[in-house]
Design a protein around this ligand. Structure first.
Ligand code: DP6
Length: 326
């Protein structure tokens, strides 16, 4: 049976960085994110005795670097369903992949839902989140909707995500994404995680991360956008300070990244509330409120090094859809 799932990417407000267990993908700390409606992956999966091997196509390419990781994930799902049938998997994103916009999160969330449904496994949200986590950490959050917290569990069974606030709770928030390049980033997040602890600031980060998570949740509870924005931007800069001081140093930014960061600070001086955050890539998420959306978008579109902007709102958990990709 052919099954198609759609999942959204997310933007981490407090980042997942470093792993306690690389195989199980257990993070060093809890994290919290907004699911992004508008940055979506659609994946169609079909298992059949007709297939003599797994056939995986991502964004029209069969030689994509992620194919091996997809096959390993299919193996996990086959083991749960006690089958050895191979699968055909076709996946498309509505946004650039491998550029710091968490395409592995939406990708492995869509794959997890489509493949488990195709094999008639009926898993609940927690079980899906645990399974998706093993494909890509971010996917653990992308199995849920709204404002999502990935709990800091020490075992596979306790390391999963939950919705803290529904997608509808704060629809006033807009993420204006500045795309400064669509080139694939040089160092993947998976590789970057392995060097996290080589930064002497990593321990310092761990000491106050729980407190930061609580502060972020409180700011969302109170719908205090300024406090939330200040926390998120400071977290992004702390996270990149860890990357700069890791061995080897990981410098993810492009010149356009810095142009956007400075423009966001300038917008604030002009009275517009906007705050940036960046993952292990160069493209920038700029969080603002509906009333400033056009002003922020215009400003970012006017910058010399910005190629395009994307708009995302807080979105829902993955779902099955009828439009198959093959
Ligand atoms: C900086 O989920 O891409 O975006 O588990 O190895 O697939 P793997 O890593 P990944 O790491 C994302 C790191 C981050 C922060 C975040 O999204 O929380």
């Amino acid at each position: 049976m052919k099954i198609t799932a759609q999942a959204s990417s997310d933007v981490a407000l407090i980042k997942y960085w470093g792993k306690k267990d690389e195989v199980l993908r257990l993070p060093e700390n809890g994290s919290i994110s907004l699911i992004l409606d508008g940055l979506n992956t659609i994946t169609t999966v079909e298992f059949s005795p007709e297939y003599k091997k797994d056939e995986v196509m991502i964004q029209g390419e069969v030689e994509d670097g992620e194919v091996g990781r997809v096959q390993k994930h299919l193996d996990r799902i086959r083991a749960l369903a006690h089958t050895n049938q191979f699968a055909k998997v076709v996946s498309q994103n509505t946004f650039p992949k491998g550029t710091g916009l968490s395409s592995s999160g939406s990708g492995f969330a869509a794959l997890t839902l489509a493949a488990t449904s195709a094999l008639n496994l009926s898993l609940n949200e927690k079980e899906l989140s645990i399974l998706a986590r093993q494909g890509s950490g971010t996917a653990c959050r992308c199995m849920c909707g709204g404002v999502v917290e990935w709990l800091n569990g020490d075992t596979s069974d306790s390391s999963y995500s939950v919705t803290r606030f529904s997608a509808e709770y704060w629809q006033d928030i807009v993420d204006v994404i500045a795309v400064v390049s669509t080139d694939k980033k040089i160092v993947s997040s998976t590789e970057g995680h392995t060097t996290a602890k080589t930064s002497s600031f990593f321990e310092v980060r761990q000491q106050h991360i729980e407190e930061k998570l609580e502060e972020v949740k409180r700011a969302i509870q109170n719908k205090n956008f300024r406090t939330l924005g200040e926390l998120v931007e400071a977290e992004a800069l702390e996270f990149h300070s860890i990357l700069f001081t890791s061995k080897p140093a990981l410098i993810a930014w492009h010149p356009g990244t810095i142009e956007v960061m400075l423009a966001v600070q300038q917008l604030r001086r002009e009275g517009v509330e906007a705050y940036f955050t960046i993952n292990t890539g160069f493209n920038v998420h700029v969080l603002t409120l509906e009333k400033w959306r056009d002003q922020v978008k215009q400003k970012l579109d006017s910058l010399a090094l910005v190629q395009s902007t994307l708009i995302a709102k807080i979105g829902d958990k993955p779902s099955l859809i009828d439009n198959h990709l093959f």
